[in-house]
Write a protein that binds this ligand. Structure first.
Ligand SMILES: [Fe+2]
Ligand SMILES: [Fe+2]
Length: 134
């Protein structure tokens, strides 16, 4: 069973961002499943890298939308992206350095962060973009 399930509660009301969030959740669940089934460290590391790479791409995509549409809260939103990226990369580095128990830290951290960020700041952005598109 997937740790994080997509539901309409997570929709930000703007289709292109929802599609990226669904992909992000899929990648997160792949990582969690790999950890849960005791996959080799390099396999887990590969899933982790894929998730972090896609997250970086997704953040840039949201930031381009904010710039293109003159979103007033762009700076505060971007600060959250930078903050998550730094924390995730720090955890990834510690994992690569051999601290493999981080699976217990990393998965709950990412789950909470993704959920909170989507439910709060991404929903505000989605509502703004949906209103612009209307
Ligand atoms: Fe965001
Ligand atoms: Fe997002």
């Amino acid at each position: 069973m997937a740790l994080l399930e997509w539901s309409d509660d997570l929709s930000v009301g703007y289709g292109p961002i929802d599609e990226q969030h669904k992909k992000l959740i899929d990648l997160f669940n792949d990582l969690d499943a790999a950890i849960g089934s005791g996959q080799a460290v390099d396999v887990i590391g590969g899933f982790l890298e894929e998730l972090i790479d896609y997250t970086a791409w997704h953040f840039r995509s949201e930031e381009r939308l904010m710039e293109a549409h003159g979103y007033p809260d762009a700076l505060a939103h971007k600060v959250q992206h930078v903050d998550l990226t730094e924390q995730a990369e720090d955890l990834q580095q510690r994992f690569l350095d051999g601290d493999h128990d981080l699976a217990d830290t990393l998965v709950p951290f990412l789950k909470d962060w993704l959920t909170n960020h989507i439910m709060q700041v991404d929903k505000q952005l989605g509502a703004f973009l949906a209103a612009k598109a209307a």
